[in-house]
Design a binder for this molecule. Structure first.
Ligand code: NAD
Length: 414
């Protein structure tokens, strides 16, 4: 089998389609993205030269509402990756029952190699190039790997300047000053923690003192350390792209944060043993949370994962081959389209607040998020147990089924 993310995503869809006896014409429609845009992004660099970057925006499906999905800035971005991420967004929005289809965007670059001014010019030009595809009623981007709330503010401003008035609802994950939502910054991590706690309880494992390792210390992995600690879990290992650190007695969330602020990485944190991001996944622990790139648990290391639970905070971190190995070994995998759906759920809350120009308290955001994630978790696990299938198969069947229902109800145009 192929570790290309698009092939992985197609395989997951095909498997769900077979299990649910999906109408072959609907299956065929869902196998293809609705539209794909590739753009070139000429950017004036600080030294006066011009560099041309490549970017994408893919709409996978819009049968349930406008499309929604992050924008990734990373040197390994490919069209196949963006297509896979867009498809997963479609199922994710349907699993948590929010009225969006799936989209994704990406630019092939390392944002750390650009100055802030270069990054702003590149972002504004990319936003201009994908302008015909985005809008609060069409497609609403958000941050993903390598992008942040400042980048969302530049996209919101570029779109608004072209419209002639402010349109906060065109992106989510914005700063509060331009219509962001309280609670959005930690929403994905919070969702990850809700499903981790639900899974431990479901498996009859104690939440208190559950040993957790997290690969990735960015917008998702970073806040998850403190939130898991608040639940009584012990975070024994953390890694980012530069390296990792392990202490079986537990790492201090505040100490890690301080070290990251000073050194720009968790690597080299003095209160623990150094580990590589790869070794981290094989440490003795109860829960592994991949929160960085896709394809990190493969047929090469799946039999070395010692945890009983894998919670996919990242998109697509487990290859299909690894999924089978983990399943055979009795390791529970909480799939990405459920585990990291807290981000898009609060993005939806942000969009609703922008459209109504009426903002909620952080407690309201967090409580509504918890209700949605815990409700979706119960539905996915109930279906998995009823059918004797994995949580990924169950979540995909739920998502695909809801999209199919929307297609059937709307009918085929013309
Ligand atoms: P980010 O750019 O904020 O952080 C990424 C982290 O991963 C960084 O700590 C980076 O150093 C680390 N990393 C990169 N390559 C690595 C490697 N080879 N080994 C170990 N660590 C590595 O990105 P993010 O927003 O936290 O996204 C992480 C994952 O979560 C992605 O798969 C993304 O699609 C997914 N996700 C993000 C959100 C969100 O709201 N940001 C929502 C849903 C899913």
């Amino acid at each position: 089998m192929n570790s290309n993310p698009w092939q992985q995503a197609l395989h997951q869809l095909d498997e769900a389609a077979e299990l649910m006896e999906l109408d072959p014409s609907l299956h065929a429609m869902m196998r293809s993205p609705k539209r794909i845009l590739e753009v070139s992004i000429p950017t004036r660099m600080d030294d006066g030269s011009v560099k041309v970057f490549t970017g994408y925006r893919v709409h996978h499906n819009t049968s349930r509402g406008p499309s929604k999905g992050g924008i990734r800035y990373h040197p390994s971005v490919t069209l196949d990756e963006v297509k896979a991420l867009a498809m997963w967004m479609t199922w994710k929005c349907a699993v948590v029952g929010i009225p969006y289809g799936g989209a994704k965007g990406g630019v092939v670059l390392d944002p750390k190699e650009l100055s802030p001014a270069e990054l702003e010019r590149m972002t504004r030009r990319y936003a201009s190039e994908i302008l015909p595809l985005i809008g609060p009623e069409r497609d609403i981007p958000a941050p993903d790997m390598g992008t942040d709330e400042q980048i969302m503010a530049w996209i919101m401003d570029t779109y608004s300047m072209n419209q002639g008035y402010s349109v906060p609802g065109v992106v989510t994950g914005k700063p509060m000053a331009v219509g962001g939502s309280l609670g959005r910054g930690s929403a994905t991590s919070r969702g990850v923690v809700y499903v981790t706690v639900s899974t431990l309880k479901h498996l009859g494992m104690p939440v208190d003192e559950a040993r957790v390792v997290i690969q990735g210390y960015g917008k998702v992995g970073g806040p998850a350390v403190q939130l898991l600690h608040d639940q009584g879990c012990i975070v024994v290992g953390v890694a980012d792209v530069m390296g990792g650190v392990y202490d079986p007695r537990g790492l201090s969330p505040m100490g890690l944060e301080r070290h990251k602020d000073e050194a720009g990485t968790v690597a080299g944190y003095e209160h623990g043993e150094p580990v590589t991001p790869e070794e981290l996944l094989e440490l003795e622990c109860d829960v592994v949370i991949p929160a960085a790139l896709e394809g990190v648990i493969t047929e090469k290391n799946a039999d070395k994962v010692q945890a009983k639970v894998v919670v996919e905070a990242a998109n697509g971190p487990t290859t299909n081959e690894a999924d089978v190995i983990l399943g055979d070994r009795g390791v529970m995998v909480v799939p990405d389209i459920l585990a990291n759906s807290g981000g898009v759920t609060v993005s939806y809350f942000e969009w609703v607040q922008d459209i109504q120009a009426y903002f909620w308290s952080e407690d309201e955001v967090n409580e509504r998020l918890r209700g949605i994630i815990e409700g979706a978790y119960v539905e996915v696990i109930a279906l998995a147990e009823e059918r004797g299938i994995t949580a990924r198969q169950a979540a995909t069947i739920l998502g695909v089924g809801r999209v199919a229902e929307a297609h059937r109800t709307r009918g085929l145009f013309p």
